[in-house]
Design a protein around this ligand. Structure first.
Ligand SMILES: Nc1ncnc2c1ncn2[C@@H]1O[C@H](COP(=O)(O)OP(=O)(O)OP(=O)(O)O)[C@@H](O)[C@H]1O
Ligand SMILES: [Mg+2]
Length: 247
């Protein structure tokens, strides 16, 4: 990890009408760091992820990616946005395109990568997530776990500086959760900078450098996974953990 963090949020505030959904958020993510974002439903985790690649605007504060402030719009925004990969709960693959076409679309259209090169790289990435043999299938012919691995390969194909994962396994059948988490653990080991919204504590313990706990639009607590899960400091965190640990 170098001294300059890759992603820096300073005093970020956002409202949805009356709702103060992000309240003075300060968060830095270093290169190669894996941050797990955890907290009750409605606490603002998805909104925070979405502001980092500007799918949502902010009211006040600043967000910088690799030292560059996120511009409001235009070309600069498109470029910085493509530095931030996104993997959602619902995979959002194009149903009428093959796996290979889904993965090469961004590089072809946004990066203007030559087709042959984009396909070669896509096949390498599909191999990395364990589904190279599915390249010519359509999303509907794949299991949920396989589709989510395509979505990860698609994010990687843009060579992002950081990837945000918003509950990447919560729509999956239980038997498919592990194969997706394994891919994510390997990405973390390879040094990918990742922000992961998940309640999968096994993943947090295996891969996270830091757990950030949000409640009511605020960062309430942040610590190493061992410290956070082992001895949470705030009542909010204790209460939250007792609920997710017992269900
Ligand atoms: N586009 C929107 N317009 C208005 N309110 C919104 C919008 N998006 C989210 N909200 C509200 O903002 C709050 C935070 O939502 P957000 O999706 O960030 O929470 P979350 O922590 O990701 O929750 P979950 O664990 O359920 O995914 C919620 O009260 C939600 O209803
Ligand atoms: Mg959410």
């Amino acid at each position: 990890m170098t001294a300059t963090p890759l992603v820096v949020l300073e005093n970020v505030n956002k409202h949805f009408g009356e709702l103060h959904v992000l309240q003075d958020i300060n968060l830095s993510v270093h290169r190669g760091e894996v941050v797990v974002l955890i907290g009750p439903s409605g606490s603002g985790k998805s909104t925070l992820c979405r502001t980092i690649n500007r799918l949502e605007t902010i009211d006040t504060g600043t967000i910088t990616i690799d030292g560059q402030p996120l511009p409001a719009e235009g070309r600069g925004l498109a470029r910085l946005r493509s530095d931030v990969g996104m993997v959602f709960q619902s995979f959002n693959l194009f149903a009428h395109k093959t796996v290979l076409q889904n993965v090469t679309l961004g590089p072809l259209k946004v990066r203007k990568t030559p087709k042959e090169q984009a396909e070669k790289r896509a096949l390498e990435l599909l191999d990395r997530v364990g589904i190279a043999n599915q390249a010519h299938k359509y999303p509907a012919q794949l299991s949920g776990g396989q589709q989510q691995r395509v979505a990860i390969a698609r994010a990687l194909a843009m060579d992002p500086k950081v990837i945000m994962f918003d509950e990447p396994t919560s729509a999956l059948d239980p038997e498919m959760v592990q194969e997706v988490l394994d891919v994510m653990v390997n990405l973390a080991k390879d040094g990918m900078t990742m922000v992961v919204v998940t309640h999968e504590m096994g993943f947090a313990r295996r891969a996270a450098n830091r757990v950030v706990f949000m409640a009511n639009g605020q960062i309430v607590e942040e610590n190493t996974p061992d410290e956070f899960f082992g001895s949470p400091r705030t009542d909010r965190a204790k209460d939250f953990l007792s609920k997710i640990l017992t269900h």
